[in-house]
Design a protein around this ligand. Structure first.
Ligand code: TRP
Length: 328
């Protein structure tokens, strides 16, 4: 018996990399115990990317391939594209009627983001951007999700979702809105190859389906202990990015490598070779699965359409209850 309902989503704004993996791994694990709805939230991508949608469809497709290749299982979960389930849009509209403007204006990230985008010369002071958290609430509430795995940055949005749900139930004397609980995905933070936050925009990322050659190149560029010039210099693994990666991807050997590094017995080149090998072994099955799926676009379309139809089934039940409560 599954013990609850999960919704979570990601905006298809670019290719996923190794830094995204721990969130996806937590989604994969939750599949066994929950009815999971995982949405590629393309409407959310429009809230900031409405002016250039040239890559949107590609990004959606790539995201689907990434998700499926790391083990999200269409037999187990509903995997779909948000815009294919129109109920998200209907609920968004209705919640737009009941949500006070002031609640949205005081979301901590709202003004901050307006400002940040403004500095970069882009005006996102649109109705849609202000409504971002309402759309997110609709995503969750339309499945009566009990549980939402999110990163810490999304907690204010979750809290707002709960407030929106409570207000709705009170106003229409119903209990159709389920107040969701956040579960913080225990994100093990993997740094980029330069030890800053991993981000495509910094060029310090390793993509989820990097080739053997790309992996070797990226690992070769990794920042090591700056005080270590010769192999015989004693190393400091705690300041070394390669060491951090060994702790993630080479658990068996990391302590031996550490010992040899601090004793000046293994050089950075050899240490990096070992890492590249392990990383390649780790990524190889993901890469292969992805290539198989990429070669069968019809199959992927079908998976997404099945996912949408399972999602629609649940969402349309909720919407009927909501229309009844609102006397529509
Ligand atoms: N706002 C989320 C993010 O940027 C994406 C998202 C949209 C989401 N709708 C959601 C996450 C519903 C969880 C539940 O990461």
């Amino acid at each position: 018996m599954k013990k609850g309902i999960i919704f979570s989503g990601m905006r298809p704004t670019g290719r996923l990399h190794l830094g995204h993996l721990s969130v996806l791994e937590s989604w994969v694990k939750l599949q066994k115990d929950y009815h999971c709805y995982y949405g590629i939230v393309d409407w959310h991508a429009l809230t900031t990317g409405f002016d250039d949608t040239s890559e949107l469809r590609d990004n959606v497709r790539e995201m689907a391939l990434d998700w499926l290749s790391v083990g999200l299982d269409p037999e187990e979960s509903s995997i779909f594209i948000q815009s294919h389930v129109k109920e998200h849009g209907e609920l968004y509209l209705l919640l737009g009627m009941t949500t006070p403007l002031s609640w949205l204006e005081r979301v901590p990230t709202y003004k901050e983001q307006l400002h940040q985008f403004g500095q970069a010369g882009k005006d996102i002071s649109t109705y849609g951007f202000l409504g971002y958290p309402v759309l997110m609430a609709a995503d969750i509430l339309v499945y009566r999700a009990t549980t939402v795995p999110v990163g810490e940055d999304q907690l204010p949005h979750l809290e707002l979702t709960r407030e929106i749900a409570r207000r709705f139930n009170y106003m229409y004397n119903t209990d159709v809105m389920t107040e969701p609980q956040a579960v913080l995905s225990k994100v093990k933070l993997l740094p980029g190859i330069d030890n800053r936050k991993m981000s495509k925009s910094y060029g310090n990322d390793i993509s989820l389906n990097a080739s053997t050659k790309e992996i070797q190149e990226k690992v070769a560029q990794m920042v090591t202990d700056p005080a270590r010039i010769r192999k015989t210099d004693l190393g400091h693994p705690d300041v070394c990015t390669v060491h951090t990666y060994h702790t993630f991807y080479n658990e068996q050997e990391v302590s031996d490598i550490c010992r040899d590094c601090t004793a000046g017995k293994i050089g950075c080149v050899a240490c990096k070779k070992q890492l590249a090998l392990k990383l390649d072994q780790f990524i190889a099955p993901i890469r292969e699965k992805r290539a198989e799926l990429a070669a069968r676009p019809d199959l992927v379309d079908q998976i997404l359409e099945n996912g949408a139809s399972k999602a629609r089934e649940k969402a349309s039940q909720t919407m009927q209850m909501i229309r009844d409560a609102m006397k529509i």
